[in-house]
Write a protein that binds this ligand. Structure first.
Ligand code: GYE
Length: 357
């Protein structure tokens, strides 16, 4: 009986993320999904169904006023996140949206929250640039009885009652998964016993997407004796700064064979920097990137990126569901993780057609 249940469970896991079409290539992706699912820490993934179109039932009631303050527009991932929210929070779905682009600046975000409070919005949605420094302004929102949903990056606070709930990614699990993919890849290539020199390009220092991925990568590598984390540098999650940081490093160091780059935009910059320095990305240096935007799938097909750890930006429908629950006083999960997968060069060609961002 237990055996049967196990095989049903394995079949169910294998089906996660299956796309229609070529079954041989689908099964390669299934193997990746099954393997990494087992080291994911989260229990309550959401966002598994690609085309979740949950909307508010239309009525003549007043529109729900949402104040959404976004991090900025630093990356392809960010633009997909903004679009997912803007597509959901339209009048046809019963919403009136005030949108503020924080331009990567926490003080601008704090100012935006104060203006949302002043405007008496029904719900505040915040994608915080940094983890720390939110307590004062969130207390102001709490005193004004306005629920706050944190999205994407997480905040650090000693008082959990300052936010209603959070939707985002398990960044540490993403970092751990990146290392496990690398170790598996080296094994496949017969290089598991060689010494490897690793460079890590980090996102905005102090953002939970950076702190989580950094912690996961460090912890993952520390389990093995033959991976030296030779350098860590920030490219602030942008292509230009990623390229600049890489060029700077390459001036004095060229002897590394692995690059973890904490988002695709920085990876695109690093790929340019490596090429300009006469190093073949994807061959001389194995590159593991994060996000999984469509252009990164093309780069995997072109052999310039080896693997991509997906980070799911399509959060609008889930945030809407949470808002509905808040408005009808339903019980909700405080922490919800998005469903995410892992892709590599062996599946990129089959999977690129399924990418929606
Ligand atoms: O990886 C990066 C963006 O917080 C998960 O921020 C997000 C990260 C994403 O700039 O591309």
């Amino acid at each position: 009986m237990i055996k049967k249940l196990c095989s049903i469970l394995i079949m169910a896991l294998i089906c996660v993320g299956c796309s229609s079409g070529n079954s041989v290539d689908d099964s390669k992706q299934s193997v990746l999904e099954t393997k990494y699912k087992s080291i994911r820490e989260q229990k309550n993934d959401i966002g598994e169904e690609k085309n979740n179109t949950s909307t508010l039932s239309q009525s003549n009631e007043e529109l729900v006023k949402i104040g959404f303050c976004q991090v900025g527009a630093e990356s392809g991932w960010r633009n997909a996140h903004t679009n997912s929210m803007k597509e959901m929070f339209v009048e046809a779905n019963g919403y009136q949206l005030s949108f503020v682009d924080g331009n990567g600046d926490q003080s601008k975000q704090i100012e935006a929250i104060r203006s949302f409070i002043k405007d008496k919005v029904n719900v505040i949605v915040l994608a915080p640039v940094l983890e720390s420094g939110w307590d004062d302004v969130l207390r102001e929102a709490k005193n004004a009885n306005i629920p706050v949903i944190i999205v994407d990056r997480m905040i650090k606070t000693s008082d959990d009652s300052l936010y209603t709930c959070w939707v985002g990614s398990n960044f540490k699990a993403e970092g751990l998964n990146a290392v496990e993919w690398l170790v598996g890849y080296m094994k496949e290539k017969g290089k598991e016993n060689e010494n490897h020199k690793v460079v890590m390009l980090q996102g905005t220092i102090g953002a939970s997407a950076e702190t989580g991925r950094t912690a996961g990568i460090r912890e993952g590598l520390a389990k093995y004796g033959n991976y030296e984390l030779a350098a860590e540098m920030s490219g602030n999650f942008t292509k230009a700064e990623g390229k600049q940081a890489m060029l700077e490093y390459l001036k004095t160091n060229k002897d590394f064979d692995v690059l973890f780059s904490q988002n695709d935009d920085m990876t695109f910059g690093a790929v340019e920097a490596l090429k300009e320095s006469g190093i073949k990305p994807g061959t001389d240096v194995i590159i593991v990137s994060f996000d999984g935007v469509k252009d990164a799938f093309q780069a995997m097909i072109d052999g310039e990126i080896n693997a991509d750890i997906e980070c799911n930006p399509l959060q609008g429908p889930f945030v809407s569901e949470l808002i509905q629950k808040i408005l009808s006083n339903e019980k909700l999960e405080k922490i919800q993780y998005m469903y995410e997968s892992i892709y590599d060069e062996s599946v990129a060609k089959q999977e690129i057609v399924n990418r929606v961002y």
